[in-house]
Design a protein around this ligand. Sequence first.
Ligand code: PLP
Length: 341
Amino acid sequence: MPYHECFATDVSKIVGALPSEVVVMNQLTVNLHLLMTSFYRPTKERFKIICEKKPFPSDSYAFESQARLHGFDPAEAVIEIDYSDGYYTSTQQIIDTINQHANELAVVIIGGVNYYNGQLYNMKAITEATHKTGAYCGFDLAHAAGNAALELHNWNVDFACWCSYKYLNSGPGSVAGAFVHEKHHKSNLPRMAGWWGHNKENRFKMEPGFSPIESAEGWQLSNAPIFSMAAHRASVAIFAEAGMEALTAKSKQLTGYLEFCLNQINTNNSFKIITPANPAERGCQLSLLFNDKGREVFDALTANGVIADWRNPNVIRIAPVPLYNTFGDCYRFAKIVAEII
Ligand SMILES: Cc1ncc(COP(=O)(O)O)c(C=O)c1O
């Protein structure tokens, strides 16, 4: 079976897309740049990129460099939406910011789940608000793919990209994914071209004149990293078998239970959970904001065999993953934290 067909059905179920709208290729930041080449088409009037507060640094660098590439000053072109309350950004705040810049806006690109605080944004509402201004809307789903219920096609999202080495369990640096809505497949959006995006029927005729595949595959450049795709293939098959509906249902219970356990043991206010408490606004990540002792707590967790994640300057991220974590894991984790703090 051609390798795209090996992935398309399973990956499209994970992100809520048509099989023709997804493609497995490259790494996340590379895909972000490739998609921005098509969807960030700034003019003198409309050149702004709106993103969430504190996007992942690689995304910030991509936005800055894309602005520069088109001759704009990143300080003017890139707008981070402010938090509206503590570390939280309300959907209204996002929509208000989009409206405020409506006439200068080229593209909105938000991390579907923010890497730092774990907030899951209302992608449907953001896409609608963006489209009303005439701009394109895309998402970085590094922390959302395989973690949250997604409906990229129905939400009318223009483009998205994600990596496979977090929730999608495909190994460090493994191959990434991209989504391009079918409404753009036959468009004449400019893009970077390479032989793997060229029509399959005559790809090996080895002739000049790029003619893109009329699907997300048309954004491919190069032939595929087969070893990393083999691991990814095995992983997405498990996701397809388990089903995102069942996984997100268990995820909500597990995460709620972990939050409950942590609130029970946090009697001396050693930390604050900055991830929204509303299950509709998070996946399974909880971000614990510490004072100056955070790093010591993290090191003690590691010494106790807990694999958590440290994000400078002061956050420990944990994720009870529904595919393989248990309620017992959550209880044990909270008990270890209690002993440390
Ligand atoms: C939100 C987000 N964007 C971008 C990246 C960078 O990914 P890559 O190294 O595949 O380009 C990461 C990696 O952790 C990420 O979490």
